[in-house]
Design a protein around this ligand. Sequence first.
Ligand SMILES: [Ca+2]
Ligand SMILES: [Ca+2]
Length: 291
Amino acid sequence: MSYKVSILAAFVCLMTDAVLLSGTSQAAETQSRERTSVDQKAGTVLNNDFSDEAVGVYTDDDFKSDRDWGDVRWAHFDDRAEIVLENGDKKLRLTFPKGQFGHAKTGGNAAISFDPHSEIFQRFTVRFEPGFSFVKTGKIVGLGSGGASWTGGNVPREGQGYSSRFIWDRDNAAAMYLYHMDQRGKWGDVVDLGFKFETGTDYTLTQRVSANTANKKNGILQVWVSENGGPQRRVIDRSDLRFGTNGRGKTETLFVAPFHGGGDSSFAAKETSYLTVDDFLVSTTKFSDLP
Ligand SMILES: [Ca+2]
Ligand SMILES: [Ca+2]
């Protein structure tokens, strides 16, 4: 009896060790291969590095069921999104077919909801793959309030909310595209980031949006960029914005909506192009690597 028990105990021990060992080595593997820009847990609202996704087409259902996004309001990529494995690091790659424009035909369009926050830090990495056809302008990723209400020519003139998206502007210029109550015209304000996107470079882009108080022009927009894992550089420092009046400028939406356009074929990709994104982070606290 005691012999059987000890054999069983030894077996259980071996099994436990095996499970522990494989668990440990798997975790170590994931850690060493998934390279994140910053290791931060405090204040995290959303953190998606795609490490637990399967390589291959990332369908709209995959997007919606990926728990690392949280509450996906909608996702329309029509099989133009795929998970790729690059030196052991899983990333999301989007396709922009030649001759197409708009989020229905290039890249895609997703919105993720979270609890409204007066102050938010949002980060992701992006790389325009070699040969990317910039043409005129296109949207990338950004933040907003009220779903996608304040985009596409809908001006929040009464302070109902805002959107702030990273875009590529004419001649590859990196810029923010802002909808806010004091914007100059029907279409959003373009705020230049002072550098041009180059293909083949990994950009880590971070924005801080801090809502204004009451109806004062004191809302904060700060933007930082890091290239190929280098030091973070601040490229926008504004504190004169109104994202919304009477508490309506809180951030509650992350847009993952890269596309060519613009609303006509003059924005269409001249060649089929690819954009790779990874390491989406949304946090209520400042990332530790920001100056
Ligand atoms: Ca990754
Ligand atoms: Ca996941």
